[in-house]
Design a protein around this ligand. Structure first.
Ligand SMILES: Cc1cc2nc3c(=O)[nH]c(=O)nc-3n(C[C@H](O)[C@H](O)[C@H](O)COP(=O)(O)OP(=O)(O)OC[C@H]3O[C@@H](n4cnc5c(N)ncnc54)[C@H](O)[C@@H]3O)c2cc1C
Length: 249
């Protein structure tokens, strides 16, 4: 009996640790979600809000601090699958227990869509950063890239495989390119990709005018300078005031 109790101890301890990861605030419809996950996903890959690893895993690919404030609606769980069956299990459990899933690959989008919510809701993040393999088929000039891989990892793998293959990415030139007027990029033309920056486009262009009014540092989709060149920096500041903001804030 004593032997049995002794040999059970490690099992009990690991069960307690394992369950710790699943302690979450109570939400009627989602209470059984962690239990469901535990049938198919190893405990260390499920980070509940109460887990010590939760915050570091959540912020690991938050690129924009605007989506990581005390009032941001955060997930109740972050799941970090290491193989496709874990993703499948998360989808099945989420569906079964009414937990919405947000998939995060690089966390780089402009809206924080992959890890935050605009309204209060029960959701989990499936973070694919562990699924980042890149397999190059030189023969057929194709590549199979897992969702969590970065562009840098892809470029590196392609370069390792061949000095004749390349993968162009990181620029959506189908949107258009700078239209240069009088050796300076056009502010109007730049609005197409300037939309990325929402109402900050104008602010960026005013700042560019302060720093590089001649548009010396230019690429296909760079921010053009905006300001009445002949009035110099004073003119730019006047425009900034017209915008109602300090352009360098
Ligand atoms: C400074 C900056 C520059 C940029 N420049 C460019 C550019 O030059 N060209 C360009 O095309 N884009 C550009 N973008 C946009 C960016 O590439 C996209 O937002 C892209 O979606 C980010 O990829 P991600 O893997 O980080 O996506 P995430 O931020 O992880 O996710 C974005 C959205 O896709 C969903 N999602 C993520 N992974 C999956 C998946 N495996 N299956 C299903 N849904 C998934 C998420 O839930 C979320 O809704 C830029 C963004 C920034 C911030």
């Amino acid at each position: 009996m004593a032997m049995a109790a002794k040999s059970l101890a490690p099992v009990l301890i690991s069960t307690v640790f394992c369950c710790y990861a699943f302690l979450t605030p109570s939400h009627a419809s989602s209470d059984d979600f962690p239990q469901c996950l535990s049938a198919s996903i190893p405990c260390p890959l499920v980070h509940a809000q109460s887990s010590p690893s939760f915050t570091s895993v959540l912020v690991s690919s938050i690129r924009n601090a605007r989506f990581s404030t005390p009032t941001t609606v955060r997930p109740l769980w972050v799941i970090t699958p290491t193989n496709a069956s874990h993703v499948q299990a998360a989808v099945v459990c989420g569906r079964r227990h009414g937990v919405r899933l947000r998939v995060r690959s690089g966390g780089h989008d402009y809206e924080g869509l992959s890890y935050s919510s605009k309204r209060p809701e029960v959701f989990a993040v499936v973070d694919l950063s562990n699924l980042r393999g890149v397999r190059i088929d030189k023969q057929n000039s194709t590549a199979w890239v897992d969702s969590g891989a970065t562009l840098g990892e892809l470029y590196y793998a392609v370069a390792q495989a061949s000095n004749q293959l390349a993968f162009p990415a990181g620029l959506d030139l189908d949107l258009g390119e700078n239209v240069v007027v009088g050796n300076v990029s056009s502010y109007e033309a730049g609005k197409v990709w300037g939309e990325y920056f929402r109402d900050n486009y104008k602010r960026h262009a005013l700042a560019k005018n302060e720093i590089d009014p001649d548009d010396f540092f230019r690429n296909e989709q760079s921010i053009p300078p905006l300001g009445p060149g002949k009035y110099g920096a004073a003119g730019t500041r006047k425009m900034a005031r017209a915008c109602g903001r300090n352009i360098l804030e």
